[in-house]
Design a protein around this ligand. Structure first.
Ligand SMILES: Nc1ncnc2c1ncn2[C@@H]1O[C@H](COP(=O)(O)OP(=O)(O)OP(=O)(O)O)[C@@H](O)[C@H]1O
Ligand SMILES: [Mg+2]
Length: 347
């Protein structure tokens, strides 16, 4: 019995296609960014499913333009060259890693983007601005052994930046550590003059010295996060490629807009980063599709795929670029470092 795809069969022999399953209706959380993001009104983008999950991009065989390569976000994948080497250091760009949803990859991105930028010759300072202290622990520090932390820097005028900065274990990258003490600052800062500008004030000397300062925010939109946004030139929003991750993004955008209007007119959204992406699931690809519809070009072409190597490297107290230097996770963060550096050149 010949199969249906063997010669001699006509289209009429083929079984009917199943009806198209519509995408779920857009949630209200996505409507607001859609209006604000340039290019958000673009048509839904086609997807090409990567055959090899290890490759960040795949050849678009069905694309009308030859040799166009579609990335995991469904858009043509540019090549990101290394940024030009720096001849001097200082005038740091300050970036907050911000999303009030927990467990989306803020700390993982802070550590690994920082380490990748250091590999590119940038002087990097990481600021642990979360009382959970995950960034400090993720770089091998013991929260009980810290003499001075960001808390002391914020609350005690006699404590200087140099008193608190410690090496991160990665060449070219330093750390301002934190532990649970920082939770008291949120309460005490309420009584301070210019309470929203406190972090900006204490980071002043660091801006002169470093090329990039990455602030790892806690999962809330409270006073500490407002301090981080006020001290920053840009925000990177890590977003887990999971449907519920899209909820609450409108609230985050409103907070960023308010800080821009009232405290920091220069604040920009540097990019939205899809994390824990799994290209084998339709779900991950649909979420990515929606992110691009809502945020347009703000979505980084680079996505971070789900891999246990990230948890393993946290246990080892190292960035993935050191723990598993040749892994796809390390390569993804190196690519993000190049992509974001090119955006900063245009900023
Ligand atoms: N791409 C990834 N693939 C798999 N696991 C990941 C990935 N990125 C992060 N993780 C793991 O997910 C967990 C949460 O990540 P992370 O701590 O970076 O999130 P977070 O947004 O900083 O969380 P919180 O809001 O609690 O500060 C960690 O155990 C981390 O190792
Ligand atoms: Mg964190």
């Amino acid at each position: 019995m010949p199969g249906i795809f063997s010669r001699g069969h006509t289209a009429a022999d083929a079984p009917a296609m199943p009806p198209k399953v519509p995408l779920p209706a857009p949630t209200e959380t996505l409507e607001q960014p859609a209006a604000a993001a340039p290019g958000a009104e673009t048509e839904p983008l086609s997807f090409l499913r990567p055959d090899d999950e290890r490759e960040p991009a795949v050849a678009a065989e069905e694309s009308p333009v030859e040799d166009v390569v579609l990335g995991p976000t469904g858009r043509p994948m540019p090549v990101f060259p290394d940024p030009p080497p720096l001849t001097s250091h200082g005038h740091a760009r300050v970036i907050s890693m911000c999303n009030q949803k927990g467990g989306v990859g803020k700390t993982t991105t802070t550590i690994n983007l920082g380490a990748s930028l250091a590999e590119l010759g940038r002087r990097v300072l990481l600021v642990d601005f979360d009382p959970q202290g995950s960034l400090s622990v993720g770089l091998g520090l013991n929260p009980h052994d810290m003499e001075l932390t960001v808390y002391n820097l914020l609350m005690q005028r006699e404590v200087t930046l140099d008193d608190v900065v410690v090496p991160s274990g990665v060449e070219g990258m330093d750390l301002l550590p934190s532990n649970i003490d920082l939770s008291a600052a949120e309460v005490q800062l309420v009584h301070e003059v210019a309470r929203e500008q406190t972090l900006q004030r204490v980071l002043g000397p660091a801006v002169e010295k470093y090329d990039v300062i990455l602030i790892d925010c806690q999962p809330s939109l409270g006073l500490l996060t407002v301090n981080a946004l006020t001290a920053s030139h840009g925000v990177i929003v890590p977003l887990e490629c999971e449907y519920f991750a899209l909820r609450g993004v409108a609230l985050l955008k409103t907070t960023i807009d308010k800080v821009r209007e009232r405290l920091n007119p220069g604040l920009e959204i540097d990019g939205v980063l899809g994390t824990m992406f799994d290209g084998r699931t339709l779900h991950s690809r649909e979420v990515m599709d929606r992110l691009v519809q809502a945020w347009g070009d703000k979505v980084f072409h680079t996505v971070i795929r789900r891999t246990v190597k990230f948890s393993d490297s946290t246990v080892a107290g190292e960035p993935i670029t050191a723990y598993a230097s040749t892994s796809t996770g390390a390569d993804a963060y190196r690519q993000l470092a190049r992509e974001v550096s090119l955006r900063w050149l245009d900023a």
